[in-house]
Design a protein around this ligand. Structure first.
Ligand SMILES: CC(C)(COP(=O)(O)OP(=O)(O)OC[C@H]1O[C@@H](n2cnc3c(N)ncnc32)[C@H](O)[C@@H]1OP(=O)(O)O)[C@@H](O)C(=O)NCCC(=O)NCCS
Length: 158
């Protein structure tokens, strides 16, 4: 994947403030899963990107989706939806059970994301609770996940 082009897209969409965001903190130092992260191209031009990073949520591995970014010149053509659907299907096929994100509920509701009951999963920084969303890939799994959401650190070998 063209990391430099993806980074330029993120800079245009989110600006320098993106580094201070809670979602960014959760992903810091943990590479996105390349099997669940996709880019969209028109010709050779990168027009969209979605990344998915494994995190810990209430003592279990879950997925944090984001950023999802589409070049403003290419918005409204279904690129965001195509990237979302591809990522979600890949996550399901890989056997994951829960995808979380911080974003606009009115956009993500179409993919099945719902607001996480406030206080159930605790982010490592500030976030509007109405923007902290989850998609269950296994029905009922969200109710079983309680506690901290934190970066997934590699477990040191004994
Ligand atoms: C949000 C974003 C990824 C959507 O990508 P896209 O390729 O334009 O999305 P799609 O073409 O699949 O869907 C477009 C539809 O979503 C709607 N939509 C876009 N952003 C929305 C939002 N924030 N809230 C509600 N609906 C939204 C559009 O109005 C359009 O509706 P329609 O299908 O009824 O016409 C893109 O606008 C973007 O990159 N924005 C800046 C970064 C960002 O906000 N990322 C997401 C973090 S919340």
């Amino acid at each position: 994947m063209d990391q430099a082009a993806i980074e330029r897209l993120h800079e245009r969409a989110f600006g320098p403030g993106r580094f201070a965001r809670t979602a960014f903190r959760l992903r810091e130092g943990v590479p996105p899963d390349p099997a669940l992260s996709f880019a969209a191209h028109v010709g050779t031009f990168l027009v969209g990107s979605v990344k998915v990073t494994p995190v810990a949520a209430g003592g279990h591995t879950a997925l944090m989706l984001g950023p999802l970014t589409v070049d403003p010149a290419f918005e409204g053509r279904g690129i965001g939806a195509a990237l979302m659907n591809r990522s979600i299907e890949a996550a399901r096929a890989a056997g994951h059970d829960l995808v979380m994100l911080i974003g606009d509920a009115p956009y993500y509701a179409r993919f099945g994301f719902k607001v996480i009951p406030p206080g159930q999963l605790i982010l490592p920084g500030p976030a509007d609770p109405s923007r902290f969303l989850a998609l269950e890939l296994v029905e009922g799994v969200l109710a079983q996940r309680r506690g901290a959401v934190s970066p997934l650190r590699a477990t040191p070998r004994a």
